[in-house]
Design a protein around this ligand. Sequence first.
Ligand code: ATP
Length: 362
Amino acid sequence: MTSIRPPFVIAADPRMTKTAEPAQTQSALSLIGLSRHFGTFKALDSISLEIEEGEFFTIVGPSGSGKTTMLRILAGLDRPTQGSLLLRGTDITDMPANQRPTAMVFQSLALFDHRSVGENVEFALKMRGMPKPERREKAFELLDLVHLGRDYYNRAVTQCSGGERQRVALARALASDPEILFFDEPLSALDYRLRKTLEVELRELQRRTGRTFVYITHSLEEAMVMSDRIGIMREGKLVQIGTPAEIYGQPKDRFVARFMGEVNIFEVADHRLVDFDASVSTVKDGFLIVRPEMLHPADAKDPDVHFDATIAEVFRLGSRVQLHLETAAGLLVSEQPASCQLKPNDAVRFGFDPDQTHSVPE
Ligand code: ATP
C-alpha cells in the first residue's frame, strides 16, 4: 500500500471566507429547506441537512426518490426552486459549478478516451495553467493515491479495465483539489469483487485525505461499509439520517426497515403479536422489526415468542444460510450459520426474543 500525504493544500478562496464565525464551528455544507420542483412535481421537498467537515455522507433511496436531483444542486449543476445551500456558512446557491471548490465523480466516467491516463488526470491542472513538470509530479502522486501507480501515466485510457478507469476518474476529480467530492453511483457498473475492493479503498482515501465525501447509491451494503452517516430519501424527502448502525438497528418506520435489507415485520396490538396471538408485554403497539438473524430455531425451553414453520426454501450464501419459512404470518426470512442443516419441507419451531427487536409506530 502506498503511503502518501494529503494531496495538496487548498488555497483560501476569498468567497469562502466572508463570514466572521470560525471555520471549525461550521458544517462543510448546510442545506436549508432545499426544494426542486419540475412543474407541479416536487422532486425535492424542503430538505434541511448539515454535512460535517471530513464526513463521508451517503444518500440512499429507491429509484426516483430525488438523490440525483439533490446531488446536482449540491454540485452546482442545477439550482433549487426554493431554499439555500451554504458552504462553511457562505451562501453558494447561485455559484456556478466551475467556481465551487468541489468535484463530482459520475457513474458514466466521462473520461477523455483519446487521451492517456496522465492527460486525463492532469486536465484540471492544465486548465489552471500549471507547468508540465509540476503537473506530472502531481499526477504521479494522485496515481499512487488511487493505487494505480505511476506506470499508468502513459497508458491509453482505452486500455484500462473498468476498475482502473474508475480510479483514473477519481484521480482526475482529486486533481482539482476539491474540498468536497460528490459521487453519483460511481461503482454501480463494476462487478461485485471490484466493487467491494473499491468501497474499502474509497473509505480509506476519504480518511487519508480528510475531505468531505457526499455519495449517492442504491446499494445499502455500499452505504453501510463506507459512510459515517446515511440519509434515507423517499419521495423527495429525507426520512431518516443516522449512522449505519442507527439506521439498521433503529429504523424510524417500516419503509426504512425494509429499505435497509431483509426484514420480518409483525403487527402488535394490545401488546400481542396479531399473527401469532402471542403476548409481547414489553413491546409497544405498532410494528415489530425482526431481522433475519434474530429469527432462529427455538427449543422447548426457550422463553422467546414461538411459532410453527415449514421450511420453504434454503439458499446457501457462502458464510450463511438464508431460510424462507412458511408460517401463520406468511413467508418469513431467517439467516443461520453455514452449518445449518435444515432442508425444504422440514417442520420446525422458530422463535425470537422480543427484547432484542425494535418497534416502530408506522
Ligand atoms: P435513480 O436512483 O433512479 O437515479 P433518483 O433518486 O436519483 O433516482 P432523481 O433522478 O433525482 O431520482 O429523480 C427524482 C424525480 O424527479 C423522478 O421522478 C424524476 O423523473 C424527476 N425528474 C428528475 N429530473 C427531472 C426533469 N429534468 N424534469 C422532470 N422531472 C424530473
